[in-house]
Design a protein around this ligand. Structure first.
Ligand SMILES: Cc1cc2nc3c(=O)[nH]c(=O)nc-3n(C[C@H](O)[C@H](O)[C@H](O)COP(=O)(O)O)c2cc1C
Length: 294
């Protein structure tokens, strides 16, 4: 995945978007946001990472603790019961993303586990169904399978938790998520799970136009700074997730490292909002975005 050109293309697309400034009548901006009824200090969440216990002491729980200290939402990827338990016990609001396990009884059990451990939400990364040979994937010995609309609907209907579909990279899938009653989607190519994937920010305005305000729209992939977050919000996201950017600070400084990275990114976001004349997240639109053509 790391070698996929999709990350490079996505990075270049971010960097091709430039901003006008608007200072007259502008005031210091507010980065507060309500997501699924809960107030957060920032629209920058930690991405659905996994296996962080292999790279840092208590890596998964410390990601959650760092998010909590920064007033941020925390996503979690695949992992065992002990990991989601430790994450939820930090007090962080954790959304557990379940893999598209071939056996639906595993999916339902994982959703139930998220509920039992006190997760704030759940969901599925639908983009992990296939491997690079086009057959169903096998993730660390666990068989995966793509899901039908009716199967997806049964997952959504099996829980009262907000259900977030991760790995949406087309208007078509976004509309299907709306149809099944998903609370939200994450527009993402899973850090380059397929080469030549369209940058999430390129397809985002079309997705937003199609779903309107009937779903919460997150974006991830290559979000490393508050400026990146701003560009995603300007093109239609409600909130964003940052993944690989929090791993080095997590390794170096644990939960405090994650907290500091999220606070720094939120500070950058606040600065660019203030300088572009957007006082509140809900005010942000694409009116200051200029696509570089020189
Ligand atoms: C170490 C690592 C583990 C990940 N594990 C999962 C996972 O279990 N489930 C999932 O949906 N995404 C997983 N992802 C993908 C991230 O959630 C995210 O979509 C991707 O890294 C893009 O964001 P980024 O460019 O900010 O890292 C993982 C990513 C990394 C780097």
């Amino acid at each position: 995945m790391a070698d996929s050109d999709s990350n490079k293309i996505t990075r270049e697309y971010f960097d091709s978007l430039l901003l006008q400034m608007r200072h007259i009548d502008s005031k210091p901006a507010d980065t507060g946001i309500v997501l699924f009824g809960q107030t957060f200090d920032t629209p920058i969440a930690t991405a659905a990472l996994s296996h962080l216990n292999n790279t840092a002491d208590n890596g998964m729980a410390n990601m959650a603790r760092g998010a909590l200290m920064a007033g941020a939402l925390c996503f979690s990827g695949m992992g065992e019961t002990e990991e989601i338990r430790a994450m939820c016990r930090t007090g962080a609001k954790v959304i557990k993303i379940v893999k598209p396990h071939a056996d639906n009884s595993v999916v339902f059990a994982k959703i139930r586990e998220a509920e039992d451990e006190g997760a704030f939400g759940t969901g599925m990364d639908i983009d992990h169904a296939f491997g690079s040979n086009g057959e169903y994937d096998n993730v660390m010995g666990l068989p995966m399978r793509s899901k039908s609309l009716e199967e997806m609907r049964s997952f959504v209907n099996s829980t009262d938790l907000p259900f977030i579909v991760k790995g949406v990279l087309s208007v078509s899938d976004a509309l299907k998520c709306l149809e099944i009653g998903a609370a939200g989607i994450i527009v993402s190519h899973h850090h380059g799970i397929m080469s030549s994937a369209v940058p999430p920010l390129y397809i985002l305005p079309k997705i937003r136009e199609a779903v309107g305000d009937r779903m919460t729209v997150f974006v991830d992939c290559c979000i490393e700074s508050g400026m990146d977050a701003f560009k995603a919000l300007a093109l239609g996201a409600d909130a964003v997730c940052t993944g690989r950017a929090i791993i080095p600070p997590l390794k170096e400084n644990g939960a405090e490292g994650v907290r500091d990275k999220l606070l720094a990114m939120t500070g950058e976001l606040k600065a660019v909002m203030s300088r572009t004349g957007f006082g509140m997240l809900k005010d942000i639109d694409d009116s200051v975005i200029v696509k570089r053509d020189f």
